[in-house]
Design a protein around this ligand. Structure first.
Ligand code: ADP
Ligand code: ADP
Length: 218
């Protein structure tokens, strides 16, 4: 479903991703683990077509993903949940994305319900807590009913209830056959959430393992 092959991303002074290769199997939750600055966001941005690779390629369903705004129907992403105009309501934010992607309004209601924001849909996003913003970001990612979801640090800064909610949501989505790549710098969280772990540091692969194999090594 996701295929990263010899991926390299160099900025002027930094090699953010350094010859990285891994695959993500359909219907799994794959944890993408590494300390801050390891290259997780950069890899996800390249996968989503938001940044260009220096070398190698990052494919979703065998294709280079063109633009975030286009095939929402097959790939959904949460990259920066804080990046929503504070004056907008959750409803108008989602409607704008749905409209831009030719997705019907009934999906907006469905995803608001799914993430538990139906009751605050008309509230300004500026009044939302971080957890509510994360839910809204996930609602946007789910709008196109995607079968691949790419979530960058969705539990960052959440309280235990929010963390549990994300865990249950991702499990449920994977059980429906969706493929999920979820990044985190917290091993403890990924152990509970993911089937497989891709661990990177300084842009390089450190481990590619199932959670149960990893547990046996310790
Ligand atoms: P992570 O998501 O694992 O925290 P990032 O992919 O954000 O890591 O960053 C990897 C490295 O690339 C870091 O050293 C970061 O400072 C650098 N980096 C990321 N984006 C840019 C950019 N636009 N210009 C220069 N360096 C960048
Ligand atoms: P633009 O590409 O001009 O920013 P869009 O209508 O594509 O406008 O997107 C508006 C907002 O919705 C942006 O913040 C974008 O990041 C977000 N967005 C668009 N498509 C998706 C998606 N599939 N998953 C998550 N967020 C999305």
């Amino acid at each position: 479903m996701i295929d990263i092959r010899g991926l390299v991303k160099r900025y002027r002074a930094t090699t953010a991703v350094d010859d990285l290769s891994f695959t993500v199997e359909p219907g799994s939750v794959t944890g993408f683990l590494g300390p801050n600055g390891a290259g997780k966001t950069t890899t996800m941005r390249i996968l989503l077509g938001l940044a260009a690779a220096t070398e190698g390629e990052a494919l979703v369903k065998g294709e280079r993903y063109p633009r975030l705004s286009e095939p929402t129907r097959s790939v959904g992403a949460l990259l920066d949940a804080g990046d929503v105009h504070p004056g907008r309501s959750a409803l108008s934010h989602l409607r704008a994305i749905a409209y831009a992607n030719r997705i019907g309004d009934e999906r907006v209601s469905a995803v608001l319900e799914q993430v538990g924001l139906a009751g605050v849909a008309r509230k300004r996003v500026g009044k939302f807590s971080l957890g509510m913003k994360q839910r809204l970001g996930i609602a946007a990612a789910l709008l196109g009913d995607p079968d691949v979801l790419i979530l960058d640090e969705p539990v960052n800064g959440l309280d235990p209830d929010g963390v549990r909610w994300i865990r249950e949501l991702t499990r449920g989505l994977a059980d429906e056959g969706r493929t999920i790549l979820i990044s985190s710098h917290l091993m403890s969280e990924m152990e509970l959430t993911a089937d497989r772990l891709i661990i990177i540091a300084r842009g390089k692969l450190i481990a590619d393992t199932s959670v149960s194999e990893l547990a046996e090594r310790f």
